[in-house]
Design a protein around this ligand. Structure first.
Ligand code: CP
Length: 305
């Protein structure tokens, strides 16, 4: 694995390897890299948890973080994302983490850059590290994927999280169902749609999605209350979930819209656990890219049996 830009083309073995490494790191930690490495976080879209958990993950791995703010960079003078990435490569960055609003831009960039690139979210394309932390959270609950029914619910059309997870979960043997209001369905995705009531009653994992207001042309489809009642996770629907079923949401959460405010931290919710897992998942990805890519020196963790 030279870059980590998509879940779609990874094998079951590659995904499981990352899930198990993430889970192991969350349990036992990992020694930091023994040589000097620089990570550059190039975020061209807002972020709280992805960007900050990358910073925590990079520092835990002993990396120096080249924090980049596009608003005060030469991007403001018209420099392209390609030239920005080549600049970081030239000054000695070991790895780039890139978030950008354009679909597939990170994948295209990776074809021309010689240091590892991690996709931190590209438009409505993919969000593979979010998917990995979601998969780790499911794995910690069930220790398997085959036979699990997972409903991905909400703004499917504009969600990069939905795409990465639907492909990865299918590769791992889970049954994936989508649930969305008609306007936000993406009928190019090869997964069946079910209603929200069927989703909550039959699935082991109910993965809610944030409504991506910033990607919508029409901002006033219905009120928050109407949306919650018709398409969201209400208290009544939560009561009808399977006894051991869990709730996921990548966050930020529109409380009272996708999910009733009182359910965000309920017993079934793993929303903040997902955020915790984001650090170890991102450590696992960077470890895999840099250690297996031969960029670091071997350390104690790598010398395990
Ligand atoms: N889940 C997620 O990507 O959150 P941020 O936009 O805050 O990074």
């Amino acid at each position: 694995m030279k870059h980590f830009v998509s879940m779609k083309n990874l094998s079951e073995h590659e995904i499981l390897q990352l899930i198990k490494l993430s889970d192991e790191i969350s349990n036992t930690g990992i020694p930091p890299f023994s040589n000097q490495l620089f990570a550059a976080n190039l975020f061209f879209e807002p972020s709280t948890r992805t960007k900050m958990s990358f910073v925590v993950a990079e520092r835990k791995l002993g990396m120096e973080v080249l924090d980049f703010n596009s608003d005060v960079s030469s991007v403001k003078k018209g420099e392209s994302i390609y030239d920005t990435a080549k600049t970081f490569e030239s000054i000695g960055a070991s790895l780039l983490v890139v978030r950008h609003p354009e679909d597939n831009l990170v994948q295209r960039l990776a074809e021309h850059i010689n240091i590892p690139i991690v996709n931190a979210g590209d438009g409505t394309g993919e969000h593979p590290t979010q998917s990995l932390l979601d998969l780790v959270t499911i794995y910690q609950e069930y220790r398997k994927f085959k036979g699990l029914k997972v409903a991905i619910v909400g703004d499917i059309k504009h969600s990069r999280v939905a795409r990465s997870n639907a492909y990865a979960l299918t590769t791992l043997g889970a049954e994936v169902y989508l649930s969305s209001m008609p306007e936000w369905q993406d009928n190019n995705l090869p997964f069946p749609y079910i209603g929200i009531d069927e989703a909550v009653e039959q699935c082991d994992v109910v993965m809610l999605l944030r409504i991506q207001h910033e990607r919508h042309q029409n901002h006033t489809i219905m009120s928050a209350d109407q949306y919650l009642e018709n398409y969201g996770l209400t208290k009544d629907r939560e009561n009808r979930m399977k006894s051991d079923a869990i709730i996921l949401h990548p966050a930020p959460v529109n409380r009272g819209v996708e999910i009733d405010d009182s359910l965000v931290e309920c017993g079934r919710s793993r929303i903040f656990k997902q955020m915790t897992n984001g650090v170890s998942a991102r450590m696992a990805v960077m470890y895999q890219l840099l250690e297996k890519g031969g960029i670091t020196h071997a350390n104690n963790f790598n010398k395990r049996s």
